[in-house]
Ligand binder design. Structure first.
Ligand code: HPA
Length: 265
């Protein structure tokens, strides 16, 4: 569906076959330090997408050399809570698919549900919990997006997850990401319920993108920066400022891990 958008990008996007796609969420937008930026396109120029309305989210599509790899990065994303459609939420994945990208790393900020997690930890997503009723594959079946009823046993490629864990060192955890539509944070009861159901962290993104990317055959990896203890676990009210401040402190570790991952794939 976004073939026309892909065709309208600077020609270099189609001349190089990118090795990897990145979607950079809250706090991850400017962590990278690429060797070269080959092209930049503001989201306002991407037909049908639109600028992110969230503070801390940049709004640029970048083609870069990072760790010797050709990387297409979405710096900033749209969220379902912004009121946009799921087409916008999964737009980065669909555009990456049109560009021939086979491996994608999705990043986000999340609240810790697992009592062992501390703000500043990074979590390699091994599975997700989606009780939201939101599914990007709803609607007429599109064969280019895979089967009508795609298997979700391994949404997050186990090999890529192991690579992230091996490269990440200490303060890198593994766990289940629970999707919460937002924009309000969870209540303490919702936090206890998500924990009891197997969640290790909770956040407002990533899952719709991962479902589509996996359904259409991409290898998917995802990383959360744990920016706070989920509601009721830490004793203080949650705020977006706290989320941004905690992710700023973790930036050097986030940058190093993304670079090492891109080099390793
Ligand atoms: N809940 C949902 N989304 C989040 C949180 C949280 O506690 N922290 C960062 N994003």
């Amino acid at each position: 569906m976004l073939e026309a958008v892909a065709d309208a990008l600077p020609t270099i996007f189609r001349e190089v076959l990118p090795d990897c796609g990145l979607v950079l969420g809250s706090g991850w937008g400017d962590v990278l330090n690429p060797e070269a930026v080959l092209a930049r396109v503001p989201y306002a120029e991407l037909a049908g997408y639109g600028a992110s309305t969230v503070e801390g989210h940049h709004g640029e599509l970048l083609l870069m050399m990072l760790g010797g790899r050709r990387v297409v990065a979405f710096s900033g994303r749209r969220h379902y809570y912004e009121g946009c459609g799921l087409e916008q939420v999964v737009y980065p994945v669909e555009l990456l698919r049109c560009l021939g990208v086979r491996t994608v790393l999705l990043t986000n900020a999340a609240g810790g549900l697992n009592p062992a997690f501390l703000p500043g930890d990074l979590m390699v997503v091994e599975d997700h919990l989606n009780l939201s009723g939101v599914n990007p594959l709803r609607g007429p079946h599109r064969p280019e997006w895979g089967p009508r009823f795609p298997d979700m046993t391994h949404v997050y490629d186990p090999q890529l997850a192991e690579t992230l864990l091996r490269l990440g060192g200490e303060r890198v955890r593994r766990g289940v990401y629970a999707f919460s539509v937002g924009p309000s944070y969870e209540t303490p009861t919702e936090v206890r319920a998500l924990r009891a159901l197997g969640g290790d962290a909770v956040g407002m993104s990533t899952v719709p993108e991962a479902v589509l990317a996996h359904a259409c055959g991409m290898r998917v990896a995802a990383l959360s920066c744990i920016t706070n203890l989920a509601a009721g676990l830490g004793g203080t009210p949650l705020s977006h400022e706290e989320v941004l401040a905690e992710s700023a402190a973790a930036k050097p570790r986030m940058a190093a891990l993304v670079r090492a991952f891109v080099c390793a794939i």
